[in-house]
Design a protein. Structure first.
Length: 59
Protein backbone atom coordinates (compact mmCIF):
# COMPACT_ATOMS: atom_id res chain seq x y z
CA UNK A 1 0.00 0.00 0.00
CA UNK A 2 1.29 3.43 -0.93
CA UNK A 3 -0.23 6.85 -0.40
CA UNK A 4 0.80 10.17 -1.89
CA UNK A 5 -0.20 13.57 -0.57
CA UNK A 6 -0.29 16.28 -3.21
CA UNK A 7 -0.86 19.98 -2.66
CA UNK A 8 -1.60 22.78 -5.09
CA UNK A 9 -2.07 26.49 -4.61
CA UNK A 10 -5.55 27.82 -5.41
CA UNK A 11 -7.19 31.27 -5.39
CA UNK A 12 -4.00 33.05 -6.50
CA UNK A 13 -1.99 31.40 -3.72
CA UNK A 14 -4.43 32.27 -0.91
CA UNK A 15 -5.49 28.65 -0.44
CA UNK A 16 -4.24 25.13 -0.85
CA UNK A 17 -5.92 22.07 -2.35
CA UNK A 18 -4.88 18.79 -0.72
CA UNK A 19 -5.28 15.51 -2.59
CA UNK A 20 -4.54 12.02 -1.26
CA UNK A 21 -3.88 9.24 -3.75
CA UNK A 22 -3.41 5.66 -2.65
CA UNK A 23 -2.63 2.29 -4.24
CA UNK A 24 -3.70 -0.87 -2.44
CA UNK A 25 -2.62 -4.43 -3.16
CA UNK A 26 -2.75 -7.03 -0.40
CA UNK A 27 -1.15 -9.83 -2.37
CA UNK A 28 -3.83 -12.28 -1.23
CA UNK A 29 -5.73 -14.87 -3.27
CA UNK A 30 -8.68 -13.49 -5.25
CA UNK A 31 -7.17 -10.00 -5.65
CA UNK A 32 -10.21 -8.74 -7.56
CA UNK A 33 -12.18 -9.15 -4.34
CA UNK A 34 -9.62 -8.66 -1.56
CA UNK A 35 -7.95 -5.61 -3.11
CA UNK A 36 -11.35 -4.04 -3.77
CA UNK A 37 -12.36 -4.45 -0.12
CA UNK A 38 -8.99 -3.07 1.01
CA UNK A 39 -9.35 -0.08 -1.33
CA UNK A 40 -12.86 0.59 0.01
CA UNK A 41 -11.53 0.55 3.58
CA UNK A 42 -8.57 2.74 2.61
CA UNK A 43 -10.93 5.27 1.00
CA UNK A 44 -12.72 5.66 4.34
CA UNK A 45 -9.39 6.18 6.13
CA UNK A 46 -8.33 8.86 3.65
CA UNK A 47 -11.71 10.61 3.89
CA UNK A 48 -11.38 10.72 7.68
CA UNK A 49 -7.81 12.04 7.42
CA UNK A 50 -8.97 14.86 5.15
CA UNK A 51 -11.83 15.65 7.55
CA UNK A 52 -9.36 15.90 10.47
CA UNK A 53 -7.03 18.11 8.39
CA UNK A 54 -9.91 20.41 7.44
CA UNK A 55 -11.04 20.65 11.08
CA UNK A 56 -7.49 21.46 12.22
CA UNK A 57 -7.11 24.18 9.61
CA UNK A 58 -10.47 25.83 10.30
CA UNK A 59 -9.70 26.02 14.00
Amino acid sequence: METWVETAAVNDGRGTRVHFRSVVSLGLPLPALTDRVAAWKRQGELDRALDVLAADISG
